[in-house]
Design a protein around this ligand. Structure first.
Ligand SMILES: O=C1O[C@H](COP(=O)(O)O)[C@@H](O)[C@H](O)[C@H]1O
Length: 764
């Protein structure tokens, strides 16, 4: 007869309450019999009286997973064999272990003791010492939960500290991802499909490998643990790299031989290059800092803790050379899903009958997915594209056909996959407990593997702790989309941060590639003007090559002045001889006054460039010696000039500004001219408060005919209006800029940091 004592040190902790006691019940139900008996002890540091009550309450809530008879029948016996034990001092350990020892002698059974340390890792050494020195059993297992160090050197220290008391065979480090039902099947699946699959798993066929763990939950309630850890240490260095090893390692001759499996895993992990800082991007969900402030006393470093990270790994081995291996995980993501996805290259080309979906050629990527937690798949399982090969399922799995009606899975119709699921999808901690009991080594992490995993991640945990993670919206991390560029990972959307003079960060913002469905440039003002001038120069050169001339209309106002001189002085090759300069709007004042738009156009641009006199087209606001005399119909005169000179009424480039009230040109909120589809140019008037109310302006119809329109927005006073119009999708009279939408042309927004962020400072 053999007896096993399982002692959960820290038996009232979160892990124990959530997982360990139900794992214990399941273990008892499936293994306890008269030849192999099991007792459980929940150990803590409170009095026997209190502890007994607490344990009783915890065990009351541990119910059978299913109402299956054997569990219901055996549950009372399990409760009777579960006891509280006070383990605080040396004497407590001595007394407890002494009792266990006497019991085994009395009943002449061989005794085995498993101490599950569900306590903070900082106590491991002390507890290990107490066990070793006071419980002199011949057979003891010490079970540890992560964190196994915060980096390589602290991991080495932890290994050595435990090693002072227990030899490596006695130390069992849990990685519960190795106990997930599908993880358990990976090698078996590879084994039964060895013939078909092994020839595909290499750089000739594999396009990339993704190891992903997305969670809906955040870390509220456990920030004290998470703040120092962050996502890389929490799940990437361990769970996800272990999964990567299982799919990339050489398949040993016998996958049940745990030594061979370990050797093979180590061999591949040794070849994973250390993760470089350029190969990592990190993020933090927006509420994290507030949560940290609620739960921690010191939050000085909390803004640096990543709750999301993606990393690009490479294996320096011929088999996997140049295959990007992407490991990614995040909290508060759009879904809960973890998987290893292998995407295969498409080598064949379909010529006929390709569109009907029945072709053996794929419209979609060919892929194989080990779905560890279910996500959009009905349940955890293995998916294989039908066009890849027909898989066999290992004995612990069964086929589960999916219908094509369900929504897409990994971009593919469910019916396009072979789908197999574990026969028994057990909770991971049921398997942890059971594998501990049955000495199934490969569910646990050896010290050598642990340190090898740290070799891969050590550099990146150090360097990523120096980079401020990008903030993302809870459940919508689209701002974190990234791309793989050679050996680098980069966010697709650019980000700006603005620092105040003091060096403090004032604002952080993601710059989307588009604003109001048009191209957006956001940068510091000098760079912005450079981009605008470059664009004008390029379009001018192109227009002249195609049509012989270039027609550009400029707005007035201070914003435009900023770039006139740059264009005039820094583009000596600008084709002014073939350029026509027009005006977008003008104030009804003499050209010689500083209020006149033409005056500033002349003073800052025209007078510096060699442009033919007859290529300059000021708005005729001074016609007939009067300014904007209605009877002179100067608007019609300008219109006629446009009609006669500009082919198809299509300006090559129109530069607009944006008012704080969203006016463009001299089209103000609620102006009747916004709806004038007949005319091209008109008199207009600015609301009270504006300098010079009487104006002349081009109308939306004309602007919307242009090949290119650029809207230049600078200064922090434009921030609010940008924000107000950002979501407007329809034309809205209150916001004249919403009437600007080139019909067959291109609209580009040129926005400076101050306007984008609404603050001044230094941005990076
Ligand atoms: O180890 C950990 O894993 C959990 C996720 O595990 P799952 O079994 O629910 O997928 C994660 O939430 C936690 O942060 C981490 O410490």
């Amino acid at each position: 007869v053999r007896h096993t004592n399982i002692v959960i040190v820290g038996g009232f902790g979160d892990l124990a309450k959530k997982y360990l006691w139900s794992g214990a019940l399941n273990l008892f139900v499936n293994n306890h019999n008269e030849n192999a008996t099991i007792s459980f002890y929940g150990a803590a540091r409170v009095s026997v009286e209190d502890g007994t009550k607490i344990l009783h309450n915890i065990l009351e809530s541990v119910q059978c997973e299913t109402k299956d008879n054997s569990c219901m029948k055996l549950r009372p016996a399990f409760l009777a064999r579960s006891h509280y034990v006070l383990l605080k001092t040396k004497d407590h350990y001595q007394a407890f272990c002494g009792t266990l020892y006497s019991l085994s002698i009395e009943s002449s059974v061989s005794m085995r003791n498993i101490f599950y340390l569900s306590v903070p890792s900082s106590s491991y050494e002390d507890v290990a010492k107490l066990i070793k020195e006071n419980c002199n059993f011949s057979s003891t297992q010490i079970v540890l939960e992560k964190p196994f160090g915060l980096d390589k050197s602290s991991a080495v220290k932890q290994v050595n500290n435990i090693g002072k008391f227990f030899v490596s065979d006695e130390v069992w480090r849990v990685d519960h991802y190795l106990a997930k039902s599908v993880t358990k099947q990976i090698l078996k699946f590879r084994e039964v499909n060895r013939g078909e699959l092994e020839k595909l798993l290499n750089n000739q066929y594999v396009d990339r490998v993704e190891v992903v763990m997305k969670e809906r939950i955040g870390v509220s309630g456990r920030v004290d643990f998470y703040d120092q850890t962050g996502v890389i240490r929490d799940v990437m260095q361990n769970h996800l790299t272990e999964l990567l090893a299982l799919v990339t390692m050489e398949l040993p001759g016998n996958v049940s031989d745990s030594r061979a499996v370990e050797q093979s895993k180590l061999a591949v992990l040794h070849r994973v290059a250390s993760v470089d800082s350029k190969a990592v991007v990190t993020g933090q969900y927006r509420k994290y800092l507030a949560e940290a402030k609620e739960e921690l006393v010191n939050t000085n470093q909390s803004h640096m803790t990543p709750t999301f990270a993606a990393a690009l790994l490479h294996i320096q081995k011929l088999r996997w050379q140049n295959v990007p291996l992407i490991i990614m995980s995040g909290k508060h993501m759009d879904e809960r899903s973890s998987y290893v996805r292998i995407l295969f290259r498409e080598k064949d080309f379909c010529v006929s009958g390709c569109a009907d979906g029945n072709s053996t050629f794929m419209k979609y990527p060919r892929q194989m997915v080990f779905q560890i937690s279910h996500g959009s798949v009905p349940s955890a399982g293995i998916l294989v594209s039908r066009s890849l090969f027909t898989p066999k399922w290992p004995s612990g799995m069964k086929d589960l056909p999916m219908t094509s009606k369900d929504s897409l899975i990994h971009g593919q119709s469910p019916g396009d996959f072979y789908y197999g699921v574990p026969v028994n999808d057990l909770p991971a901690y049921f398997t942890v407990m059971s594998d501990l009991y049955h000495n199934v080594r490969e569910t646990f992490v050896t010290a050598e593997r642990l340190l090898t995993l740290w070799d891969i991640w050590d550099q990146s945990v150090q360097s990523s702790s120096l980079v401020i993670p990008r903030l993302y919206k809870e459940y919508d991390a689209s701002s974190l989309n990234f791309s793989v560029e050679g050996f680098k990972l980069e966010f697709i959307e650019k980000e700006i941060r603005v620092y105040l003079e003091s060096g403090e960060m004032s604002k952080q913002s993601i710059i989307p590639p588009e604003f109001r469905n048009s191209t957006l440039h956001v940068t510091e003002i000098n760079k912005l003007i450079q981009i605008l001038c470059d664009d004008i120069f390029e379009i001018a050169t192109e227009a002249i090559r195609e049509r012989g001339n270039f027609h550009i209309a400029f707005s007035g106002g201070q914003t435009a002045v900023n770039f006139f001189e740059k264009l005039a002085k820094e583009y000596p090759q600008f084709p002014w001889q073939h350029t026509h300069i027009w005006q977008v709007d003008e104030r009804c004042v003499p050209y010689s006054t500083t209020e006149s738009n033409f005056f500033s156009l002349h003073e800052h641009l025209i007078k510096f460039v060699d442009i033919p006199y007859f290529n300059v087209h000021p708005m005729p606001v001074n016609l007939g010696g009067k300014t904007c005399d209605i009877s002179s119909r100067a608007d019609t005169v300008y219109e006629n000039e446009i009609v006669s000179l500009i082919s198809g009424l299509k300006y090559d480039f129109i530069v607009l500004g944006l008012g704080t009230d969203a006016h463009v040109a001299s089209l103000f909120p609620n102006s009747i001219h916004l709806h004038d589809n007949e005319r091209l140019v008109s008199y207009s008037s600015a609301p009270e408060g504006f300098q010079t109310q009487a104006r002349m302006t081009v109308l939306p119809t004309l602007v919307n005919h242009a090949h290119n329109v650029g809207i230049l927005v600078t200064g922090h006073n434009k921030h609010e209006i940008l924000h107000a119009i950002s979501e407007l999708t329809m034309k809205n009279e209150k916001y004249p800029v919403t009437f600007i939408a080139p019909v067959n042309g291109t609209l580009v927004w040129y926005v400076d940091f101050n306007a984008w962020l609404g603050s001044t400072g230094n941005a990076d």
